[in-house]
Design a protein around this ligand. Structure first.
Ligand SMILES: [Zn+2]
Length: 209
């Protein structure tokens, strides 16, 4: 478990009060690390580079992002987003922290992985942690790497077709080589285009789209 730090840049913001009323920061960060490690790694391959994770609650637009170095990560979380999610603050905070914690640990094919896949894997872990927000809906994305929940649902479908651990192996396959769509062929026996076509067909058959 990395060391956790917390920095609150605006104690008088309503989002700050809502944050502390709904989560214990240490517990929430720990829970996020456990989700990431259980969905993307096994005990043998959990990365040990992340020594420190600092959560920064602050005034900024948007929702959240992750930055930092190989060893020291920072999750910046918008207080206005917490305020706007007041009715379901606990799940939303835990969901966002889980998504951002994926970025602290996941591989990115030495920076060559498509952004949509990076975001899709982050939301795939959030989905599996049972923290997908109510507004998420399957079948919206127009391409496989549209990102976020759209790619996350597609990855879930791939995992269901090809077996538990497929997406974990996908992440592991992004560790130390340049990105290529062939990683899907290696993992599933089908090309990414064929997987996407089959998935869309399945969505139609199930009446989702
Ligand atoms: Zn993200």
């Amino acid at each position: 478990m990395p060391n956790f730090e917390l920095r609150v840049e605006d104690l008088s913001h309503p989002g700050t009060r809502i944050f502390f009323a709904n989560v214990n920061p240490e517990e929430a960060l720990r829970e996020a690390v456990v989700s990431v490690c259980s969905w993307l790694f096994t005990l043998q391959d959990v990365p040990l580079n992340v020594q420190n994770v600092r959560l920064v609650l602050r005034n900024m637009p948007g929702v959240a992002y992750t930055t930092g170095s190989y060893t020291h990560k920072e999750i910046h979380f918008a207080l206005s987003h917490i305020e706007n999610s007041a009715t379901r603050a606990r799940d939303e905070i835990r969901g966002v922290l889980t998504h951002e914690m994926v970025h602290c640990f996941q591989y990115n094919a030495k920076g060559t992985c498509p952004g949509g896949l990076i975001e899709g894997i982050a939301d795939w872990v959030r989905l599996n942690a049972g923290l997908g927000p109510p507004h998420w809906k399957e079948g919206r994305g127009r391409k496989w790497d549209a990102g976020y929940e759209s790619t996350a649902y597609f990855l879930s479908w791939i995992e269901a077709q090809s077996g538990r651990g497929t997406i974990r192996n996908l992440n592991l396959g992004l560790e130390d080589r340049q990105y290529s769509d062939a990683v899907f062929q290696d993992l599933t026996g089908s090309s990414i285009q064929d997987l996407w076509r089959l998935y869309r067909l399945d969505l139609e058959t199930r009446g989702v789209v």
